[in-house]
Ligand binder design. Structure first.
Ligand code: ADP
Length: 509
């Protein structure tokens, strides 16, 4: 199962949907928060305004009562106050939405101010600051607070309105407080909050779904285009996109199809050109063969009679013979390559032992004449492959003569190795070696290293050897380092081996 990070990395749709959900959740939360704040302020303001006006009429009523009271006896005065509180809090049928607290007379000793209240309000429910303000100066004061009633577990939000009253008869002052519950407002706010949260969640999910649908609409054609491009890249040049409508995707499909058609025609043109070139090389080589044979024969006659010529003419006959030999081998190489290119190279398979091939190659008289020592490694054990002996022999001889001709190494090592899948034969020299660039170019057709090092080769030998190796399902690889020599490794799969070769580690690594 693909991991989340790989889904995130590979799927534009996952990224679009996730970022849309995150961003819309953010926007909806912010909007919801602002909306909720407005609603809360509106509800609280409305309640406060109503509460203050209701409280004011209560204060006025109480003040009138106090103004009218003429008793100076504390006991009767106390009764009057209790009656007043009772009358203010007696709800006429409807549920009372406030509680009342009357403190006073305040002129008494601060610690024992008598308090009358309409309900069992918990001690300390009245905020100290408003209590102090009301006691301190005349006027109406208000603030939001929590109202804790005896017997209820949670404090209710409330607005407290307080004012000072004065009894002209006795000269006493009182502090009177209305505590209006805001439970209804709180309930409304909770309802709005729940609705906003559910609505917001539904909205986020819906926006995510819409993003998924929309991105699918855009991405489906893109995925189709990718699949078609992949098929096109794997060689199916007839692949085209289906054009439907006139939208951007349709225009993309049209452009893709135009590009595909143009590429296809270019490729076909180049293929034709390449075929023509191959045919031309092949035809020219064939056409040259007959005159060349005649010229070769004539040159052989001249060469054989050179002892009868004056020295200058004799030298010319020798040069002519040498160059004609070179020409012949170049022509043979060209014919070989054109056969590879045309796919006409045939393979005559036989069971052959690469160890024996290596041993026979070691007896090469050309190499022996140059006084080069040949070391054989790993030839004691037979290394059997199904191969065309003529072609394998040609590869090994080419590698060996190259090492003898170009490397300047006094020693050449031929090593045969094998595992379950394949057999390898490497020719290693300890001479001039190859630079990084030469490592890459050594198999190019007509390529020769520094001309100063060139000793008359055509530059086609290694190209042909590589084609020969590929014809067997094998490889020919080269490694070298200037001054350290080079190594050419031919690898041929064993008859029962798979085509998958284990990596052969360079000796220069
Ligand atoms: P040629 O027909 O010239 O031998 P090859 O394709 O066999 O063509 O070789 C191409 C070139 O690679 C040679 O001209 C030579 O410069 C270089 N080369 C091949 N083998 C070696 C080697 N063992 N050491 C150094 N250079 C080499």
């Amino acid at each position: 199962m693909p991991s989340l990070t790989s889904i995130w990395r590979r799927s534009i749709q996952a990224r679009v949907v996730t970022s849309t959900i995150v961003l819309s959740a953010l926007v909806i939360s912010l909007t919801g928060w602002a909306l909720l704040r407005d609603v809360a302020t509106g509800l609280a303001d409305g309640r406060r305004v109503a509460a203050i006006s209701e409280a004011r009429s209560g204060f006025d009523y109480a003040q009138t009562q106090l103004d009218a009271a003429v008793e100076t006896e504390p006991a009767t005065q106390s009764q009057t106050l209790t009656r007043m509180v009772d009358s203010l809090t007696s709800s006429r049928g409807a549920k009372r939405t406030y509680e009342l607290v009357l403190e006073g007379p305040l002129s008494k000793d601060a610690g024992q101010v008598p308090v009358r209240s309409s309900a069992a309000i918990e001690q300390g429910s009245l905020p100290a600051d408003i209590d102090k303000a009301v006691r301190g100066a005349a006027g109406t004061y208000w603030r939001y607070s929590d109202l804790a009633l005896l017997g209820s577990a949670e404090a209710e939000p409330s607005v407290v309105v307080g004012s000072q009253l004065r009894a002209p008869g006795t000269g006493d002052t009182y502090a009177m407080f209305y505590l209006f519950s805001m439970e209804d407002q709180q309930a409304t706010l909770d309802l709005v909050r729940r609705a906003l949260m559910l609505g917001g969640l539904a909205m986020v999910l819906m926006v995510g779904g819409v993003a998924w649908l929309v991105s699918r609409q855009v991405l489906d054609p893109v995925r189709l285009a990718r699949r078609i491009a992949e098929r096109y890249a794997s060689g199916n040049l007839e692949q085209r996109m289906h054009v439907n409508g006139e939208d951007d995707i349709a225009r993309l499909s049209t452009s893709f199809n135009q590009m595909a058609a143009s590429l296809q025609s270019q490729i076909r043109r180049l293929e034709n050109l390449s075929r023509l070139q191959q045919r031309f090389v092949s035809d020219v080589s064939h056409e040259l063969r007959t005159p060349l044979t005649t010229v070769q024969m004539a040159s052989a006659v001249l060469y054989d009679s050179r002892t009868r010529f004056d020295p200058q003419t004799a030298r010319s006959a020798e040069l002519l013979k040498g160059e004609l030999d070179r020409f012949e081998s170049l022509l043979a190489d060209l014919l070989d390559l054109s056969r590879f290119d045309a796919g006409a190279a045939d393979l005559e398979l036989d069971t052959i032992d690469l160890a024996r091939v290596a041993k026979q190659a070691a007896d090469d008289p050309v190499v022996a004449r140059k006084g080069i020592e040949i070391r054989l490694v790993g030839v004691a054990r037979p290394a059997v492959v199904e191969a065309d002996i003529r072609r394998i022999d040609r590869i090994v001889r080419n590698l060996l003569t190259n090492a003898a001709k170009y490397s300047g190494s006094p020693v050449i090592e031929i090593e045969v190795a094998q595992n379950e899948q394949c057999v390898s034969l490497s020719v290693r020299d300890f001479g001039v070696g190859l630079t990084g660039d030469e490592n890459l170019r050594v198999f190019d057709r007509f390529w020769r290293a520094d001309p100063a090092r060139t000793q008359g080769g055509t530059g086609l030998g290694l190209a042909i050897s590589r084609e020969d190796a590929a014809l067997h399902g094998g490889t020919l690889q080269a490694w070298g380092r200037p001054g350290d020599g080079s190594e050419f490794v031919l690898t041929i799969p064993k008859p029962e081996g798979s085509a998958k070769f284990p990596a052969i580690v360079s000796v220069f690594a």
